[in-house]
Ligand binder design. Sequence first.
Ligand code: MG
Ligand code: MG
Length: 280
Amino acid sequence: MHGLFTEGTEKRVYYKTDEEVELMRQANLVVSKTLAHVGAMLKPGITGLELDKAAEAFIRDHKGRPAFKGYHGFPASLCISYNDIVVHGIPGKREFKEGDIVSVDCGVELDGFFGDAAFTFAFVGVEEKTIQLLEVTYGSLYKGIEQAIVGKRIGDISYAVQEFCEIKHKYGVVRDLVGHGIGRALHEDPEVPNYGKRGKGMLLRDGIAIAIEPMVNMGVRNVYQENDGWTIRTKDKLPSAHYEHSVVVRKGKADILSDHSFLQEEIKNNSYLQEITPKN
Ligand code: MG
Ligand code: MG
């Protein structure tokens, strides 16, 4: 989940202490294990509603609160966005099937701190050119994270994502939705667009925590919102990918607080899913 782009004023930037970073790591651990739990359940015939129900129970069993539920009225614990749905999909009754890609975005509040991460899963039967979109988008997440170090600026992260996806691989980088600061709130400043200019934007210092989340379309970058007030789809109906980590700049470096290794393990064990590795 992310904020709509509003030309942030950077009024709500909170630099985290080491103690707060560890609390954020715990919240992100619940996020990461919830994504793995969902990955283990993915099979043909399962619905978003079933996944959402299981995720909510899992989060609450781990003493967390689903951060998306009730956020500006969002009705579910997960955003589940498949095929041409970019983000903010409301879990529904549609049964997933071979050939689908399914983005799962999860947010958790634990002990007053927030975690946020996302992953686009691919069922078997997804065509190679769509796998390529996922792996490039996933790779761009790490290109962005590489820039999340002391002395760089938000624009360096933004440019790294855009350069890889749009200039190198000719995909459409979504402009309407952006990454964000995170910590005591699900969305804090600064905004973290997936496009921008090197050397521009807020200077990164120790303690700044952000969710980096490329949203990348196979075709045009244009998207529209459905009448439900949430679901964002690609204008040309082509697929879209979304990968997200919560990251803190700490001791000069990028410290990734969320962890995809749990879900990667479940993908290996789930014969209905294809492995997705970040493209370099
Ligand atoms: Mg998210
Ligand atoms: Mg987010």
